[in-house]
Design a protein around this ligand. Structure first.
Ligand SMILES: [Zn+2]
Length: 220
């Protein structure tokens, strides 16, 4: 995390408060205290999605007890500020796995109804942070979700594919033309969301799509 720590210190004043447990602590890993960090299993793992639309996909941490709790708080309990530690972990995956070169960051969109309820799109917050760290552009409101879909976690693999079919659309293909795109999602399960978004990007002219998620609820 040395590189991230250096960037972190440039962008934000260090206040030695852990973003996860909110305790004051000396010796932080970015915005995470050493104690919380020790309960995270940082793996920076590459996964095989078996799709021609997503060249490679990765996730940062194992979906263990703390991982599950943090992601749940971030997604469902309004703790939007957790984009910081989670974004750091994901940026670290990029350096650790030497992912790149990359031209642009795009995030998995959420339907506006759901976003209005939550107040933010969690993947967008992560993508904004990562784009800032990588110093590359982010594409906003171009890849969109055209209809409300059922929660993927309640469905099996087959139903997930049907649930997502044609659920995403790109408004302006010019923006992504010949671009190497980093696609940000929160939780990777079967990968069907990432593949469906990757498909829309690739058929609209992207050069390649590389997926990155916080964690995976399936052991690849
Ligand atoms: Zn902590």
């Amino acid at each position: 995390m040395e590189y991230i720590k250096a960037i972190h210190n440039l962008l934000f004043p260090t206040r030695d408060i852990c973003y996860i447990c909110r305790e004051k602590s000396k010796g932080m890993e970015g915005s995470i205290c050493k104690n919380c960090y020790s309960f995270l299993e940082v793996v920076n793992r590459e996964v095989e999605l078996d799709s021609s639309y997503v060249k490679r996909a990765y996730y940062a941490i194992v979906y263990n007890r703390l991982g599950k709790q943090i992601v749940g708080d971030f997604k469902f309990n309004g703790k939007g500020y957790l984009y910081r530690p989670l974004g750091e972990l994901m940026a670290n995956t990029i350096y650790d796995k030497d992912i790149g070169p990359l031209d642009m960051v795009i995030y998995v969109p959420s339907h506006r109804r759901k976003e209005a309820l939550r107040g933010y799109n969690q993947s967008r917050l992560l993508a904004e942070y990562i784009a800032q760290v990588l110093e590359i552009p982010i594409s906003h409101d171009n890849l969109i979700k055209t209809r409300h879909t059922k929660e993927q976690r309640t469905l099996n693999r087959h139903d997930r594919m049907i649930n997502l079919r044609d659920a995403f659309k790109l408004k302006n293909s010019h923006e992504i033309d010949e671009k190497r795109i980093l696609l940000i999602d929160d939780i990777l399960t079967t990968g069907s969301t990432m593949i469906e978004c990757g498909k829309v990007l690739m058929v609209n002219g992207a050069k390649e799509v590389i997926g990155l998620a916080i964690t995976s609820s399936k052991r690849f």
